[in-house]
Design a binder for this molecule. Structure first.
Ligand SMILES: Cc1cc2nc3c(=O)[nH]c(=O)nc-3n(C[C@H](O)[C@H](O)[C@H](O)COP(=O)(O)OP(=O)(O)OC[C@H]3O[C@@H](n4cnc5c(N)ncnc54)[C@H](O)[C@@H]3O)c2cc1C
Length: 457
Protein backbone atom coordinates (compact mmCIF):
# COMPACT_ATOMS: atom_id res chain seq x y z
CA UNK A 1 0.00 0.00 0.00
CA UNK A 2 1.27 3.54 -0.75
CA UNK A 3 2.28 5.60 2.26
CA UNK A 4 2.32 9.36 2.92
CA UNK A 5 3.81 11.27 5.82
CA UNK A 6 1.83 14.16 7.31
CA UNK A 7 4.15 16.55 9.07
CA UNK A 8 2.15 18.39 11.76
CA UNK A 9 3.36 21.86 12.74
CA UNK A 10 1.11 24.73 13.86
CA UNK A 11 -1.97 22.70 12.91
CA UNK A 12 -2.35 20.14 15.72
CA UNK A 13 -5.84 18.92 14.90
CA UNK A 14 -7.78 16.31 12.95
CA UNK A 15 -10.74 18.49 11.92
CA UNK A 16 -10.27 20.81 8.98
CA UNK A 17 -6.82 19.51 8.16
CA UNK A 18 -6.28 19.63 4.38
CA UNK A 19 -2.82 17.98 4.45
CA UNK A 20 -4.17 14.97 6.35
CA UNK A 21 -7.16 14.61 4.05
CA UNK A 22 -4.98 14.88 0.96
CA UNK A 23 -2.47 12.37 2.34
CA UNK A 24 -5.23 9.82 2.93
CA UNK A 25 -6.51 10.21 -0.64
CA UNK A 26 -6.69 7.05 -2.76
CA UNK A 27 -6.72 4.79 0.32
CA UNK A 28 -3.13 5.47 1.36
CA UNK A 29 -1.62 4.74 4.74
CA UNK A 30 -0.37 7.75 6.63
CA UNK A 31 2.36 8.41 9.16
CA UNK A 32 1.19 11.37 11.30
CA UNK A 33 4.46 12.90 12.43
CA UNK A 34 5.39 15.65 14.85
CA UNK A 35 9.04 16.65 15.22
CA UNK A 36 10.15 18.42 18.38
CA UNK A 37 12.29 20.77 16.44
CA UNK A 38 15.77 21.31 17.84
CA UNK A 39 15.97 24.71 16.10
CA UNK A 40 12.93 25.95 18.03
CA UNK A 41 14.48 24.72 21.25
CA UNK A 42 17.84 26.30 20.40
CA UNK A 43 16.17 29.64 19.66
CA UNK A 44 14.74 29.63 23.19
CA UNK A 45 11.19 29.71 21.87
CA UNK A 46 10.08 26.47 23.55
CA UNK A 47 9.38 28.03 26.95
CA UNK A 48 7.69 25.99 29.70
CA UNK A 49 4.13 27.32 29.22
CA UNK A 50 4.10 26.56 25.51
CA UNK A 51 5.88 23.23 25.97
CA UNK A 52 3.26 22.14 28.50
CA UNK A 53 0.38 23.24 26.28
CA UNK A 54 2.05 21.48 23.35
CA UNK A 55 2.31 18.28 25.38
CA UNK A 56 -1.48 18.39 25.90
CA UNK A 57 -1.96 18.98 22.18
CA UNK A 58 0.19 16.00 21.20
CA UNK A 59 -1.48 13.71 23.74
CA UNK A 60 -4.90 14.70 22.45
CA UNK A 61 -3.86 14.34 18.81
CA UNK A 62 -2.55 10.85 19.57
CA UNK A 63 -5.82 9.91 21.28
CA UNK A 64 -7.82 11.23 18.34
CA UNK A 65 -5.67 9.20 15.95
CA UNK A 66 -5.92 6.06 18.07
CA UNK A 67 -9.70 6.38 18.00
CA UNK A 68 -9.37 6.23 14.21
CA UNK A 69 -7.10 3.22 14.10
CA UNK A 70 -3.83 5.17 14.00
CA UNK A 71 -1.32 6.85 16.33
CA UNK A 72 1.02 9.80 16.41
CA UNK A 73 4.74 9.43 15.74
CA UNK A 74 6.91 11.89 17.66
CA UNK A 75 10.58 12.48 16.99
CA UNK A 76 13.08 15.05 18.25
CA UNK A 77 15.86 16.74 16.33
CA UNK A 78 16.33 18.46 13.02
CA UNK A 79 12.92 18.55 11.38
CA UNK A 80 14.23 17.86 7.87
CA UNK A 81 16.44 14.98 8.90
CA UNK A 82 13.72 13.37 11.03
CA UNK A 83 11.03 13.75 8.38
CA UNK A 84 13.28 12.20 5.74
CA UNK A 85 14.17 9.37 8.11
CA UNK A 86 10.50 8.62 8.79
CA UNK A 87 9.71 8.77 5.07
CA UNK A 88 12.50 6.29 4.37
CA UNK A 89 11.55 3.93 7.20
CA UNK A 90 7.88 3.87 6.22
CA UNK A 91 8.50 3.75 2.46
CA UNK A 92 6.52 6.96 1.99
CA UNK A 93 6.79 8.61 -1.40
CA UNK A 94 5.14 11.88 -0.39
CA UNK A 95 5.05 14.28 2.54
CA UNK A 96 2.17 16.69 3.20
CA UNK A 97 2.32 19.75 5.42
CA UNK A 98 0.66 23.13 5.95
CA UNK A 99 2.16 26.23 4.41
CA UNK A 100 3.45 28.82 6.85
CA UNK A 101 4.95 32.13 6.00
CA UNK A 102 7.53 33.08 8.58
CA UNK A 103 11.12 33.27 7.43
CA UNK A 104 11.93 30.19 9.48
CA UNK A 105 8.98 28.19 8.08
CA UNK A 106 9.87 29.03 4.48
CA UNK A 107 13.46 28.03 5.05
CA UNK A 108 12.27 24.76 6.63
CA UNK A 109 10.01 24.11 3.65
CA UNK A 110 12.79 24.77 1.12
CA UNK A 111 15.23 22.50 2.94
CA UNK A 112 12.63 19.76 3.27
CA UNK A 113 11.64 19.93 -0.38
CA UNK A 114 15.24 19.74 -1.53
CA UNK A 115 16.05 16.81 0.77
CA UNK A 116 12.94 14.85 -0.21
CA UNK A 117 13.37 15.46 -3.92
CA UNK A 118 16.98 14.35 -3.75
CA UNK A 119 15.54 11.05 -2.55
CA UNK A 120 12.84 10.87 -5.22
CA UNK A 121 9.98 11.92 -2.90
CA UNK A 122 7.57 14.83 -3.15
CA UNK A 123 6.57 17.55 -0.72
CA UNK A 124 2.99 18.88 -0.92
CA UNK A 125 2.42 22.17 0.89
CA UNK A 126 -1.23 23.08 1.59
CA UNK A 127 -2.27 26.70 1.89
CA UNK A 128 -4.99 28.27 4.02
CA UNK A 129 -4.55 25.87 6.96
CA UNK A 130 -2.82 28.00 9.58
CA UNK A 131 -4.47 31.30 8.62
CA UNK A 132 -7.94 31.92 7.21
CA UNK A 133 -6.39 34.01 4.42
CA UNK A 134 -2.73 33.37 3.66
CA UNK A 135 -0.17 36.16 3.35
CA UNK A 136 0.17 37.32 -0.24
CA UNK A 137 -3.41 36.37 -1.17
CA UNK A 138 -4.66 39.94 -0.78
CA UNK A 139 -2.41 42.81 -1.79
CA UNK A 140 -3.10 46.49 -2.43
CA UNK A 141 -2.14 48.09 -5.71
CA UNK A 142 1.59 48.73 -5.82
CA UNK A 143 2.65 46.85 -2.66
CA UNK A 144 3.29 43.30 -1.52
CA UNK A 145 1.26 43.71 1.69
CA UNK A 146 -1.30 45.89 3.43
CA UNK A 147 0.22 48.28 5.96
CA UNK A 148 -3.18 49.55 7.14
CA UNK A 149 -5.74 47.30 8.79
CA UNK A 150 -9.05 48.85 7.63
CA UNK A 151 -8.58 48.37 3.87
CA UNK A 152 -7.11 44.93 4.54
CA UNK A 153 -10.16 44.02 6.60
CA UNK A 154 -12.48 45.22 3.83
CA UNK A 155 -10.82 42.93 1.30
CA UNK A 156 -10.44 40.07 3.79
CA UNK A 157 -14.14 40.19 4.72
CA UNK A 158 -15.11 39.87 1.06
CA UNK A 159 -12.69 37.04 0.33
CA UNK A 160 -14.29 33.62 -0.13
CA UNK A 161 -12.85 31.08 2.31
CA UNK A 162 -12.60 27.38 1.53
CA UNK A 163 -15.19 25.18 3.27
CA UNK A 164 -13.93 23.50 6.47
CA UNK A 165 -13.30 19.75 6.31
CA UNK A 166 -14.52 17.18 8.79
CA UNK A 167 -12.09 14.87 10.59
CA UNK A 168 -11.29 11.62 8.77
CA UNK A 169 -13.10 8.51 10.07
CA UNK A 170 -10.04 6.28 9.82
CA UNK A 171 -6.33 6.98 9.76
CA UNK A 172 -4.47 3.76 8.91
CA UNK A 173 -0.85 3.97 10.04
CA UNK A 174 1.76 1.43 8.85
CA UNK A 175 3.43 -0.77 11.46
CA UNK A 176 7.04 -0.50 12.44
CA UNK A 177 7.60 3.26 12.56
CA UNK A 178 9.20 4.07 15.87
CA UNK A 179 7.91 6.93 18.05
CA UNK A 180 9.52 8.49 21.08
CA UNK A 181 7.31 8.60 24.16
CA UNK A 182 4.92 11.53 23.94
CA UNK A 183 5.76 14.51 26.16
CA UNK A 184 3.62 14.88 29.26
CA UNK A 185 2.50 18.24 30.61
CA UNK A 186 3.31 17.40 34.22
CA UNK A 187 6.94 16.70 33.30
CA UNK A 188 7.46 20.33 32.25
CA UNK A 189 8.94 22.38 35.07
CA UNK A 190 8.44 26.09 35.58
CA UNK A 191 4.95 26.51 34.13
CA UNK A 192 2.45 29.14 35.27
CA UNK A 193 0.15 27.72 37.96
CA UNK A 194 -3.04 28.76 36.14
CA UNK A 195 -2.03 27.57 32.68
CA UNK A 196 -4.96 26.52 30.45
CA UNK A 197 -5.33 22.99 29.08
CA UNK A 198 -4.37 22.34 25.47
CA UNK A 199 -5.54 19.96 22.78
CA UNK A 200 -8.08 19.86 19.98
CA UNK A 201 -10.83 18.39 22.14
CA UNK A 202 -10.53 21.30 24.56
CA UNK A 203 -10.20 23.83 21.72
CA UNK A 204 -13.35 22.62 19.99
CA UNK A 205 -15.24 22.56 23.27
CA UNK A 206 -14.16 26.12 23.94
CA UNK A 207 -15.10 27.34 20.45
CA UNK A 208 -18.55 25.75 20.66
CA UNK A 209 -19.20 27.15 24.15
CA UNK A 210 -17.92 30.55 23.10
CA UNK A 211 -20.18 30.80 20.06
CA UNK A 212 -23.14 29.55 22.07
CA UNK A 213 -22.82 31.70 25.18
CA UNK A 214 -19.93 34.20 24.94
CA UNK A 215 -19.67 35.75 21.51
CA UNK A 216 -23.08 37.46 21.66
CA UNK A 217 -21.84 40.01 24.20
CA UNK A 218 -18.29 40.29 22.80
CA UNK A 219 -18.76 43.65 21.14
CA UNK A 220 -19.81 45.38 24.37
CA UNK A 221 -17.69 43.37 26.79
CA UNK A 222 -14.38 42.60 25.08
CA UNK A 223 -12.58 45.39 26.95
CA UNK A 224 -14.05 44.56 30.36
CA UNK A 225 -10.94 43.41 32.23
CA UNK A 226 -12.74 41.85 35.19
CA UNK A 227 -15.48 40.34 33.03
CA UNK A 228 -12.93 38.18 31.17
CA UNK A 229 -15.40 38.08 28.30
CA UNK A 230 -13.13 37.21 25.36
CA UNK A 231 -12.85 33.78 23.75
CA UNK A 232 -9.46 32.74 25.17
CA UNK A 233 -8.98 30.86 21.94
CA UNK A 234 -5.57 32.41 21.23
CA UNK A 235 -3.44 29.44 22.33
CA UNK A 236 -5.66 27.11 20.32
CA UNK A 237 -5.29 29.29 17.26
CA UNK A 238 -1.55 29.48 17.85
CA UNK A 239 -1.12 25.71 18.06
CA UNK A 240 -3.78 25.08 15.41
CA UNK A 241 -6.00 22.99 17.67
CA UNK A 242 -8.76 25.27 16.40
CA UNK A 243 -8.85 26.10 12.71
CA UNK A 244 -9.09 29.84 11.98
CA UNK A 245 -11.07 29.07 8.82
CA UNK A 246 -13.58 26.95 10.70
CA UNK A 247 -13.83 29.56 13.48
CA UNK A 248 -14.69 32.25 10.92
CA UNK A 249 -17.31 30.07 9.21
CA UNK A 250 -18.94 29.06 12.47
CA UNK A 251 -18.94 32.61 13.87
CA UNK A 252 -20.51 33.91 10.67
CA UNK A 253 -23.16 31.24 10.88
CA UNK A 254 -23.83 32.19 14.52
CA UNK A 255 -24.24 35.80 13.31
CA UNK A 256 -24.85 39.02 15.22
CA UNK A 257 -22.64 41.97 16.11
CA UNK A 258 -20.64 40.03 18.74
CA UNK A 259 -19.70 37.26 16.33
CA UNK A 260 -18.88 39.85 13.67
CA UNK A 261 -16.56 41.68 16.07
CA UNK A 262 -14.90 38.36 16.93
CA UNK A 263 -14.33 37.60 13.23
CA UNK A 264 -12.76 41.04 12.86
CA UNK A 265 -10.22 40.06 15.56
CA UNK A 266 -9.40 36.91 13.62
CA UNK A 267 -8.67 39.20 10.69
CA UNK A 268 -6.07 41.02 12.82
CA UNK A 269 -4.27 37.72 13.16
CA UNK A 270 -4.04 37.33 9.38
CA UNK A 271 -3.16 41.01 8.99
CA UNK A 272 -0.08 40.74 11.19
CA UNK A 273 0.99 37.56 9.45
CA UNK A 274 0.89 39.18 6.03
CA UNK A 275 2.94 42.12 7.36
CA UNK A 276 5.57 39.81 8.83
CA UNK A 277 5.66 37.59 5.74
CA UNK A 278 6.45 40.64 3.62
CA UNK A 279 8.81 42.24 6.17
CA UNK A 280 10.40 39.39 8.16
CA UNK A 281 12.90 41.78 9.75
CA UNK A 282 10.00 43.41 11.64
CA UNK A 283 10.19 40.58 14.17
CA UNK A 284 13.25 42.30 15.63
CA UNK A 285 13.53 45.72 14.01
CA UNK A 286 11.20 48.71 13.80
CA UNK A 287 8.71 48.33 10.98
CA UNK A 288 8.68 52.14 10.82
CA UNK A 289 11.47 53.78 12.69
CA UNK A 290 10.68 56.79 14.86
CA UNK A 291 14.39 57.27 15.55
CA UNK A 292 13.96 56.27 19.18
CA UNK A 293 16.86 56.09 21.58
CA UNK A 294 15.14 53.74 23.98
CA UNK A 295 16.14 53.20 27.56
CA UNK A 296 17.73 49.76 27.78
CA UNK A 297 18.18 46.79 30.12
CA UNK A 298 21.22 48.62 31.49
CA UNK A 299 19.84 52.15 31.80
CA UNK A 300 16.36 51.22 33.06
CA UNK A 301 17.06 48.00 34.98
CA UNK A 302 14.98 48.86 38.07
CA UNK A 303 11.98 50.07 36.08
CA UNK A 304 12.02 46.96 33.90
CA UNK A 305 12.22 44.70 36.93
CA UNK A 306 9.30 46.49 38.62
CA UNK A 307 7.25 46.14 35.42
CA UNK A 308 8.04 42.44 35.05
CA UNK A 309 7.15 41.69 38.65
CA UNK A 310 3.96 43.75 38.73
CA UNK A 311 5.31 46.27 41.24
CA UNK A 312 5.10 49.56 39.34
CA UNK A 313 2.69 51.20 41.78
CA UNK A 314 0.08 51.48 39.00
CA UNK A 315 -2.43 48.85 40.09
CA UNK A 316 -4.00 48.00 36.74
CA UNK A 317 -0.53 47.56 35.17
CA UNK A 318 0.55 45.35 38.05
CA UNK A 319 -2.66 43.32 37.94
CA UNK A 320 -2.17 42.54 34.26
CA UNK A 321 1.51 41.64 34.70
CA UNK A 322 0.60 39.29 37.52
CA UNK A 323 -2.16 37.71 35.43
CA UNK A 324 0.51 37.03 32.79
CA UNK A 325 2.80 35.36 35.32
CA UNK A 326 -0.01 33.33 36.87
CA UNK A 327 -1.82 32.17 33.74
CA UNK A 328 0.67 32.53 30.90
CA UNK A 329 -2.06 34.63 29.30
CA UNK A 330 -3.19 38.23 29.58
CA UNK A 331 -6.36 40.04 28.56
CA UNK A 332 -5.90 42.09 25.38
CA UNK A 333 -6.66 45.36 27.18
CA UNK A 334 -4.02 44.40 29.75
CA UNK A 335 -1.51 43.72 26.96
CA UNK A 336 -2.22 47.12 25.46
CA UNK A 337 -1.85 49.08 28.66
CA UNK A 338 1.17 47.20 30.04
CA UNK A 339 2.97 47.47 26.70
CA UNK A 340 2.21 51.18 26.48
CA UNK A 341 3.43 51.61 30.04
CA UNK A 342 6.77 49.97 29.25
CA UNK A 343 7.42 51.42 25.81
CA UNK A 344 5.97 54.89 26.23
CA UNK A 345 5.61 55.76 29.90
CA UNK A 346 8.93 54.16 30.87
CA UNK A 347 10.34 54.67 27.37
CA UNK A 348 11.99 51.24 27.38
CA UNK A 349 12.83 49.38 24.18
CA UNK A 350 9.74 47.44 23.04
CA UNK A 351 11.90 44.36 22.36
CA UNK A 352 12.54 43.97 26.09
CA UNK A 353 8.80 43.81 26.72
CA UNK A 354 8.16 41.57 23.73
CA UNK A 355 10.80 39.10 24.98
CA UNK A 356 9.26 39.01 28.43
CA UNK A 357 5.82 38.31 26.93
CA UNK A 358 7.24 35.56 24.69
CA UNK A 359 8.84 33.98 27.73
CA UNK A 360 5.44 33.49 29.35
CA UNK A 361 2.56 33.71 26.87
CA UNK A 362 1.01 30.37 26.04
CA UNK A 363 -0.21 31.99 22.81
CA UNK A 364 3.20 33.63 22.29
CA UNK A 365 3.46 34.11 18.58
CA UNK A 366 6.12 36.00 16.65
CA UNK A 367 3.75 37.79 14.26
CA UNK A 368 1.09 38.69 16.81
CA UNK A 369 3.44 39.52 19.63
CA UNK A 370 6.13 41.47 17.84
CA UNK A 371 3.74 43.42 15.64
CA UNK A 372 1.31 44.20 18.44
CA UNK A 373 4.25 45.41 20.50
CA UNK A 374 5.31 47.59 17.61
CA UNK A 375 1.75 48.81 17.19
CA UNK A 376 1.74 49.95 20.81
CA UNK A 377 5.29 51.35 20.67
CA UNK A 378 4.31 53.39 17.63
CA UNK A 379 6.91 51.78 15.39
CA UNK A 380 4.41 49.50 13.67
CA UNK A 381 1.18 49.97 11.75
CA UNK A 382 -0.76 52.21 14.18
CA UNK A 383 -1.78 55.43 12.47
CA UNK A 384 -1.45 57.27 15.81
CA UNK A 385 2.09 56.27 16.79
CA UNK A 386 2.49 58.83 19.58
CA UNK A 387 -0.60 58.12 21.65
CA UNK A 388 0.21 57.18 25.23
CA UNK A 389 -2.26 55.21 27.34
CA UNK A 390 -2.69 56.70 30.80
CA UNK A 391 -2.77 53.74 33.23
CA UNK A 392 -5.04 55.51 35.69
CA UNK A 393 -7.63 56.39 33.06
CA UNK A 394 -7.32 52.91 31.55
CA UNK A 395 -7.97 51.38 34.94
CA UNK A 396 -10.97 53.58 35.65
CA UNK A 397 -12.43 52.93 32.22
CA UNK A 398 -11.82 49.21 31.74
CA UNK A 399 -11.93 48.10 35.36
CA UNK A 400 -14.50 50.61 36.64
CA UNK A 401 -15.19 48.84 39.90
CA UNK A 402 -11.55 47.81 40.51
CA UNK A 403 -12.46 44.10 40.62
CA UNK A 404 -9.69 43.10 38.19
CA UNK A 405 -7.07 44.82 40.34
CA UNK A 406 -8.36 43.23 43.54
CA UNK A 407 -8.33 39.78 41.84
CA UNK A 408 -4.66 40.00 40.83
CA UNK A 409 -3.16 42.32 43.45
CA UNK A 410 -4.31 40.72 46.69
CA UNK A 411 -2.49 43.25 48.87
CA UNK A 412 -5.09 45.77 47.63
CA UNK A 413 -8.10 43.51 48.23
CA UNK A 414 -9.21 45.77 51.08
CA UNK A 415 -9.59 48.88 48.90
CA UNK A 416 -13.17 49.11 47.73
CA UNK A 417 -14.42 50.36 44.39
CA UNK A 418 -12.52 52.42 41.85
CA UNK A 419 -10.42 54.07 44.58
CA UNK A 420 -8.04 51.15 44.00
CA UNK A 421 -6.79 52.91 40.85
CA UNK A 422 -5.75 56.07 42.72
CA UNK A 423 -4.27 55.02 46.02
CA UNK A 424 -2.59 58.40 46.47
CA UNK A 425 -6.05 59.92 47.00
CA UNK A 426 -6.71 57.71 50.04
CA UNK A 427 -6.33 59.26 53.51
CA UNK A 428 -2.70 58.78 54.57
CA UNK A 429 -3.62 56.47 57.44
CA UNK A 430 -5.57 54.18 55.13
CA UNK A 431 -2.90 54.23 52.39
CA UNK A 432 -0.31 53.22 54.99
CA UNK A 433 -2.24 49.99 55.64
CA UNK A 434 -1.45 48.61 52.18
CA UNK A 435 1.93 47.05 51.57
CA UNK A 436 2.08 48.19 47.97
CA UNK A 437 4.71 50.39 46.23
CA UNK A 438 4.34 54.07 45.38
CA UNK A 439 4.28 54.77 41.60
CA UNK A 440 7.75 54.27 40.12
CA UNK A 441 7.28 57.18 37.74
CA UNK A 442 5.33 60.43 37.61
CA UNK A 443 2.98 60.26 34.63
CA UNK A 444 3.41 63.92 33.71
CA UNK A 445 7.20 63.68 33.70
CA UNK A 446 7.05 60.43 31.77
CA UNK A 447 4.85 61.98 29.11
CA UNK A 448 7.20 64.94 28.81
CA UNK A 449 10.18 62.56 28.41
CA UNK A 450 8.37 60.65 25.66
CA UNK A 451 7.36 63.81 23.82
CA UNK A 452 10.92 65.12 23.96
CA UNK A 453 12.28 61.82 22.73
CA UNK A 454 9.90 61.81 19.78
CA UNK A 455 10.53 65.49 19.06
CA UNK A 456 6.86 66.34 19.49
CA UNK A 457 7.13 69.68 21.24
C1 LIG B 1 1.52 43.83 23.26
C2 LIG B 1 0.65 42.73 22.72
C3 LIG B 1 1.16 41.46 22.52
C4 LIG B 1 0.35 40.44 22.00
N1 LIG B 1 0.89 39.19 21.80
C5 LIG B 1 0.12 38.22 21.26
C6 LIG B 1 0.66 36.92 21.04
O1 LIG B 1 1.83 36.65 21.27
N2 LIG B 1 -0.17 35.97 20.53
C7 LIG B 1 -1.47 36.23 20.22
O2 LIG B 1 -2.18 35.33 19.77
N3 LIG B 1 -1.98 37.45 20.40
C8 LIG B 1 -1.24 38.45 20.91
N4 LIG B 1 -1.78 39.69 21.10
C9 LIG B 1 -3.14 39.97 20.59
C10 LIG B 1 -4.28 39.78 21.58
O3 LIG B 1 -4.01 40.46 22.78
C11 LIG B 1 -4.56 38.31 21.90
O4 LIG B 1 -4.70 37.58 20.70
C12 LIG B 1 -5.86 38.16 22.68
O5 LIG B 1 -5.80 38.90 23.86
C13 LIG B 1 -6.10 36.70 23.00
O6 LIG B 1 -7.23 36.55 23.77
P1 LIG B 1 -8.55 35.90 23.17
O7 LIG B 1 -8.23 34.64 22.46
O8 LIG B 1 -9.55 35.84 24.27
O9 LIG B 1 -8.95 37.00 22.09
P2 LIG B 1 -10.34 37.38 21.43
O10 LIG B 1 -10.60 38.79 21.77
O11 LIG B 1 -11.39 36.38 21.73
O12 LIG B 1 -10.01 37.36 19.87
C14 LIG B 1 -10.11 36.17 19.08
C15 LIG B 1 -8.81 35.88 18.38
O13 LIG B 1 -8.48 36.94 17.49
C16 LIG B 1 -7.06 37.09 17.43
N5 LIG B 1 -6.72 38.43 17.90
C17 LIG B 1 -7.37 39.20 18.79
N6 LIG B 1 -6.75 40.40 18.93
C18 LIG B 1 -5.68 40.37 18.12
C19 LIG B 1 -4.65 41.30 17.82
N7 LIG B 1 -4.58 42.52 18.38
N8 LIG B 1 -3.70 40.92 16.95
C20 LIG B 1 -3.73 39.71 16.37
N9 LIG B 1 -4.69 38.80 16.61
C21 LIG B 1 -5.65 39.12 17.47
C22 LIG B 1 -6.46 36.05 18.38
O14 LIG B 1 -6.10 34.92 17.63
C23 LIG B 1 -7.62 35.77 19.32
O15 LIG B 1 -7.55 34.49 19.91
C24 LIG B 1 -0.99 40.72 21.65
C25 LIG B 1 -1.49 42.01 21.84
C26 LIG B 1 -0.69 43.00 22.37
C27 LIG B 1 -1.26 44.38 22.56
Amino acid sequence: MSVSVVLFTGDLRLHDHPPLRAALGGGREVVPLFVRDSAVEAAGFAVPNRRAFLADCLQDLDEGLRGRGGRLVVRSGDVVRETCAVATQSGADEVHMSGEHTRYARHREDRLRAALEADGRRLYVHDGVVTAVDPGTLTPAGSDHFAVFTPYHRRWAGHRLREPLGAPHRVPVPDGVHSEPLPVRTEVAGTSPGLAAGGETEGRRRLTAWLRTGAGAYEERHDDLAGDATSRLSPHLHFGTVSATEAVHRARRAGGPGAEAFVRQLCWRDFHRQVLAARPAASARDYRTRHDHWRTARTAADDIEAWRRGLTGYPVVDAAMRQLAHEGWMHNRGRLLTASFLAKTLYVDWRIGADHFLGLLVDGDIANNQLNWQWVAGTGTDSRPNRVLNPVLQGRRYDPDGAYVRRWVPELAGVSGPAVHELWKLPAAERARYDYPEPIVDLGEALARFRRARDLD
